[in-house]
Design a protein around this ligand. Structure first.
Ligand code: AMP
Length: 143
């Protein structure tokens, strides 16, 4: 199963921000949208980085509340690992586990076309396992 299937269910919206926005502004976005990470882009929409709640906690833990006035570019991760719509859910989950991050932007022809989180993946895997269980149960019942 591919990442495209997850995007078809959850949609293609990606919440983005710009590099000069402060950590306080980013915190407000995460809070209002009920999400754990934002993608940082330039004015043309090119991917510059990703900033998650983890980065905000790290900045607060090391610099205190003054860090809330810092631009997000100072605390984001600039080397973003991305996936594609044709990648398998399995390999994308492996990437997340190996890299220890919970968010992956989906890129197509150099453009952002979605973002998948570990929560989306787990939801999908649970549904898949449940379908397998039902199919097996039906098979046993009719055998
Ligand atoms: P998360 O688990 O997504 O909250 O992120 C944990 C750390 O990994 C933070 O420092 C993020 O900036 C970073 N991170 C999140 N997603 C990615 C990604 N797709 N590629 C690279 N780093 C990431």
């Amino acid at each position: 199963m591919t990442v495209a299937r997850i995007l078809a269910n959850k949609g293609h919206e990606v919440v983005t921000t710009q590099p000069h926005r402060t950590l306080l502004e980013v915190s407000k976005i995460l809070c209002e949208k009920g999400i754990g990470a934002v993608v940082v882009t330039d004015a043309a929409g090119a991917l510059l980085g990703i900033a998650s709640e983890r980065d905000i906690v790290r900045a607060l833990g090391s610099s205190g509340v003054a860090a809330l006035e810092d631009p997000v570019s100072r605390h984001m991760t600039a080397r973003v690992v991305t996936t594609t719509r044709d990648s398998s859910v399995h390999s994308t989950m492996e990437m997340m586990t190996h890299g220890r991050f919970r968010h992956v932007p989906v890129v197509h022809n150099g453009r952002l076309e979605g973002l998948v989180s570990i929560g989306d993946m787990v939801k999908y895997r649970i549904a898949e396992i449940e379908n397998e269980r039902k199919a097996l149960q039906e098979y046993i019942a009719t055998a």
